[in-house]
Structure formats: structure tokens, C-alpha cells
Design a protein around this ligand. Structure first.
Ligand code: ARG
Length: 578
């Protein structure tokens, strides 16, 4: 997706004079001295036209002259060549006003790159009876935003949660509950997961002294697999106890899922299909059972290390359940595109699982289930606290609730209203997670997260609230923004023009963030918009702006709409007042 088709077409016809078909791309230079839009096509095309032109600059000059001759729109105010061969264009104020008016934010779809297509976005995916970790928080925040972005691009999106609710650890958990736990106590606790984690830790301590506990755990897991009523009951209890906490977190963050009645299809859902999947993989020859009895996927030319899908005792693994999940996603009718092709399937999972997902995707490609590009791993990095990375086994975890509570407590310094402080703290955490490329690690810094002057959630909310407060005042004073004006070349102040230009880039930034599965592109855009808006606000009177009042109010209205829509796509709720 590109803006300024008129200008692109003009440049495209100009270069066609020399038989050049290079795709013209426009940039908005950050320095206005280099024009409103800039294009490097002469530098690219020069490689083929060395015979005819002395330098890229010479070619750029020729193209610029041609553009001037061809232009009938009257919107080209200035065209200049800049070393080493850029063509910089300045457009009339009327052009920018028209572009601004076209870019109205209406409805929930901002472009149509995904129209008619389906996507499954899987995120959060915490493990039952384990703490909801910071990694799961990141996955929840980033995955939710990616799902929103795809929806805003026209995709029909299914939101899934691949809960870790199956595996041999449930044998241990059951033994621990039976030996040292009290179900009534766990049920009545407001933090049942903490109780379960404590029991799990105890199991490992005790098993060091008494290895027979491991055998007992294995026996319970086998019972669970075979459908033993007591084993199933306790396992289901663990899920329900965990959901007491998970549901609270999702509600607090305002995040939800569409699959399996809002709970998501956990690993256990695919248990009935596991043997079938193993057989299918063996039948196709992709997987082989080795001499030691385990079954592994072997990749052609050893491009990856083999991936185990069944242990020698026949038990399945994480990978087996992922394969079954993705086969289900591929074969279930409602997930398929109208032409029967596969949906786009996105996994938002920590970057430590990168290699595993490469193995998984390659296997699914070799099986013919998905084609390149239909499987996407959106990775996130770690939060770095001073304490370093934590492990569940030893029991020294950072509890997510503590981070959320702390954020709220700190946000109380920005607003004494508790509801507002809570919203601000959530916005602060989300923005902090989304504003940089997701796979980067984050050095967790409260100062940065809550800084009202900087690139932070509170700053964004504050900019929006400022715009809304101006509009409220205008309404109270019955001032309308309807006023139409003739657009003249002396009409716009530089900062007004900058704001208008920025406002025309919203949909483009949504498209970029969606196609790259990268919400930070949208954050970068919104932060720039907010910064320009705040300069505009500081430099110029809005109410009381004389004959500019109507136009300026339109700019404020539009800015507030873009900020609300954009923040909404990041899962951030705006506040009317702060
Ligand atoms: N439950 C896993 C974990 O906490 C994440 C699952 C990611 N999704 C997947 N399809 N494997 O590490």
C-alpha cells in the first residue's frame, strides 16, 4: 500500500520515457528542506542508463523536467534534484488539504490487504498450574495487537490461546496434590496457582530424597492419558483453578479470545488426534521410528536437527501437539479461505522457541499443509529486571500480579483517581511492550514507562486527553469546525502542514504494522503524530485562532480520532480526561 498515487503515476510516466519500469516509491523526508516527498528512482534507474546520462543527478534532472511537463494537476509546487540523485517534490497546500480530508477514520477497517482472508492469531498461551509469566504477558499484549491489526486490514481473525494443559508434569502435580495438598484450601484461595506452584516445588524437593515419587507421577500421568476418572478430575481442577487467575488477568488487560468459548484450544484438546498424526507422518515417510524406539522427523539434507514426535514408550511431546493443532487448523472448514486455501496462522511466542518453530514450520511445509508465509512466528524478547531470568522450579518467580499492582501504584502519582490510574498503568505497560521491535529484550525501567514527557503510554493518553479537552471547550462555546476556507499557498503554517502530512499517514502505518506483524511501526507513527500535535498546540492558538480557528479545530478532531483508533489497535483504551 502506498499513498500519493497521483504523484507516483506522474513519476512513473515520466521515467517510462526512457523505458524504465522501476517501481516508484516515495518517502516523507524528516527535514522539510528536502521537500514533502522524496524519491530515489533516478539512483536506481541510473544503473541501466549509464550510456545516456553522465550521473544520477543528470538523470534526476531529466526526470524532473519531464514531470513538470507532464503535470496537469497543478499540485506540484516545486520539484528539485538533490545530490546524489534524489528527486524532491513539494506539493501545494490544496493538495495536502485534499489528502487530509480523504484520510478520514471511519469504520474499523483501514485498508484491505487482508480482505476475504482468514487468520488465526494464537497468543498468551500460559501453562496450567504455572505462574502467568512476564513472557505470557508480552505474548498477550503483542498477540492481541497483531490480531487487531490484521482485523483492521480486513482479515477475519480467530483468536486462540494454546494453553499448556497437557504433559507429564500433570502426573507430578496430581501426586503432590494428593500427598500434601488440600483441595478445599486451594479452591478457596484467591491465588490458587501459588498453591499449586508451591506443591510442584515440594514434589521436586521430595523426589530428590525419594526417587520412587517419579514413578508414581508417571503412573498418574498414564492414568490421565487413559481417562481415569480421578486423574481427569484433578487435572480439570488444575485448569479451573488456573483460570481463576488467568481470567482476571485477561479482564484486567481487556484481552479476549474467540476460540473454544473464549478459553482457546489448549494442548489437551488435540490429544485424541495425536496417534493419528504420528501415523500420518510415518506414512508419508517424513518421520521414522529409530532403533531406540523413538519417532522423529528427519529433514531432507539434514537442514534441521531431527524433531522428536514420540518417545520410545510412545508418549507424545509438545511438538506432537503443535502438529495436531496445526493440522486441525488446516483441515477445519471454518478456518479455511473461500478457495479452500490455508488460513494465515500466527504464533506469538518468546524468541527462545525460534529454532523449534522453524523446525515445526518446515515440517508442515514438507507435509504440504501450509505454504511459505502462511505460518508466522512473532517473537518477543525478555524483560530484564535486575534479578535476571527466573525459573519456576526453584519457586523464585516474578508474579505478574505484583508487576500490575506496582504499575498501578506508581501511576497513582500521575492521577489520584484509581480508575484513571489503573487505565494509565495498563496503557504504560502495553505501550512499553509495543513501542519497540517485539523481539528485543526490554530493560524494565519504571521511569521510562511512566514518563509523561517521553515515548510512553501516559504521554500518548495525555496527548489524546488534551485534544479532547480542546474539543469539549469548543463545544461548550458552540464553536464549530465546519468553516470551509479557500486553500491558498500562504494558508498553512509550517507546523499545520506538518500535522496534516502526518495525519495522512495513519492507514499506511497500520498497513505496514499489519504486513510486518510489527505493532511498533504503528507506535512510531502515533508517537510522531502526538509530538507534532503537541508542538502545534504549543505554537498556535486554537480557540481564538481567528480565521484559522475552524481549520485548527478540524485538525484537533482528526488527531484525536487517529490517536483513539491507533491506540485501540494497540489494545490501549483512551481517557477523555486525565
Ligand atoms: N505454553 C507454551 C509456553 O509457555 C507456549 C505455547 C506456544 N504456542 C505453541 N503453539 N507452541 O512456553
Amino acid at each position: 500500500m502506498q499513498n500519493h498515487q497521483l504523484i507516483i503515476d506522474l513519476l512513473q510516466s515520466a521515467i517510462a520515457t526512457w523505458g524504465i519500469t522501476t517501481e516508484v516509491k516515495l518517502e516523507q523526508p524528516s527535514n522539510p528542506e528536502f521537500g514533502d516527498l522524496s524519491c530515489n528512482v533516478a539512483m536506481i534507474a541510473f544503473k541501466e542508463l549509464r550510456e545516456q546520462f553522465a550521473s544520477p543527478v543528470a538523470l534526476a534532472e531529466a526526470i524532473a523536467a519531464k514531470v513538470k511537463a507532464l503535470d496537469q494537476s497543478g499540485h506540484l509546487a516545486l520539484i528539485q534534484v538533490q545530490r546524489p540523485g534524489f528527486i524532491n517534490l513539494t506539493l501545494t497546500h490544496a493538495y495536502w488539504m485534499a489528502a487530509f480530508k480523504q484520510e478520514q477514520v471511519q469504520g474499523n477497517t483501514y485498508h484491505d490487504l487482508g480482505r476475504g482472508k482468514k487468520a488465526i492469531v494464537e497468543y498468551s498461551s500460559p501453562n496450567i498450574a504455572k505462574p502467568f509469566s512476564i513472557g505470557h504477558l508480552r505474548s498477550t499484549i503483542i498477540g492481541d495487537s497483531v490480531a487487531n491489526l490484521l482485523e483492521a486490514s480486513g482479515y477475519q481473525v480467530f483468536r486462540d490461546n494454546h494453553l499448556g494443559d497437557w504433559g507429564t508434569q500433570f502426573g507430578k502435580q496430581i501426586v503432590a496434590i494428593k500427598k500434601w495438598g488440600d483441595e478445599a484450601v486451594i479452591s478457596s484461595s484467591s491465588k490458587p496457582v501459588e498453591e499449586l506452584v508451591a506443591l510442584y516445588v515440594k514434589f521436586h524437593e521430595e523426589a530428590e530424597k525419594d526417587p520412587s515419587l517419579e514413578d508414581e507421577a508417571r503412573a498418574w500421568f498414564t492414568k490421565l492419558e487413559q481417562g481415569d476418572a480421578e486423574a481427569r478430575r484433578l487435572w480439570q481442577q488444575c485448569i479451573d483453578w488456573s483460570f481463576v487467575e488467568f481470567a482476571k488477568i485477561y479482564e484486567y488487560l481487556g484481552v479476549s479470545f474467540t476460540e473454544n468459548n473464549g478459553r482457546g484450544f489448549g494442548e489437551s484438546f488435540f490429544e485424541p488426534f495425536l496417534q493419528e498424526v504420528i501415523q500420518q507422518l510415518v506414512a508419508t515417510g517424513l518421520a521414522k521410528t529409530g532403533e531406540a524406539g523413538a519417532t522423529l522427523i528427519f529433514y531432507p539434507n539434514d537442514e534441521f536437527t531431527p524433531l522428536m514426535i514420540a518417545k520410545k514408550d510412545g508418549s507424545t511431546l509438545y511438538a506432537t501437539r503443535d502438529l495436531a493443532t496445526d493440522r486441525y487448523r488446516r483441515t477445519t472448514a471454518r478456518y479455511q479461505n473461500a478457495d479452500g486455501s490455508a488460513p494465515l496462522v500466527v504464533n506469538e511466542v518468546g524468541s527462545e522457541q525460534s529454532f523449534y518453530f522453524q523446525q515445526l514450520y518446515r515440517a508442515e511445509e514438507l507435509l504440504g499443509w501450509y505454504q511459505k508465509g502462511e505460518r508466522v512466528h512473532v517473537k518477543h524478547g525478555l524483560y530484564r529486571f535486575k534479578e535476571g531470568k527466573m525459573s519456576t522450579r526453584k519457586g523464585n518467580v516474578i508474579w505478574l500480579q505484583e508487576v500490575l499492582d506496582k504499575a498501578k501504584e506508581k501511576a497513582m502519582a500521575l492521577s489520584s483517581d484509581e480508575t484513571i490510574a489503573q487505565a494509565v498503568s495498563i496503557a504504560a505497560l502495553k505501550w512499553n511492550d509495543l513501542k519497540r521491535k517485539s523481539e528485543l529484550n526490554i530493560n524494565f525501567d519504571w521511569e521510562e514507562i511512566l514518563n509523561l514527557q517521553g515515548n510512553s503510554g501516559p504521554y500518548m493518553l495525555y496527548s489524546y486527553a488534551r485534544a479532547r479537552s480542546i474539543l469539549r471547550k469548543a463545544q461548550e462555546q458552540h464553536i464549530s469546525d465546519a468553516q470551509e476556507q479557500d486553500v491558498t499557498e500562504t494558508m498553512l503554517e509550517p507546523i499545520e502542514k506538518q500535522l496534516i502530512m502526518s495525519l495522512t499517514n495513519f492507514k499506511l502505518s497500520v498497513a505496514r504494522a499489519a504486513t510486518e506483524f510489527a505493532p511498533h511501526h504503528l507506535c512510531n507513527y502515533l508517537f510522531e503524530l502526538a509530538s507534532i500535535f503537541n508542538s502545534f498546540y504549543n505554537q498556535l492558538p486554537i480557540l481564538g485562532g481567528g480565521d484559522k480557528q475552524g481549520l485548527r479545530l478540524q485538525l484537533v478532531t482528526h488527531t484525536s480520532q487517529v490517536l483513539r483508533a491507533g491506540l485501540g489497535l494497540l489494545g490501549i483504551k483512551t481517557l477523555e480526561q486525565m
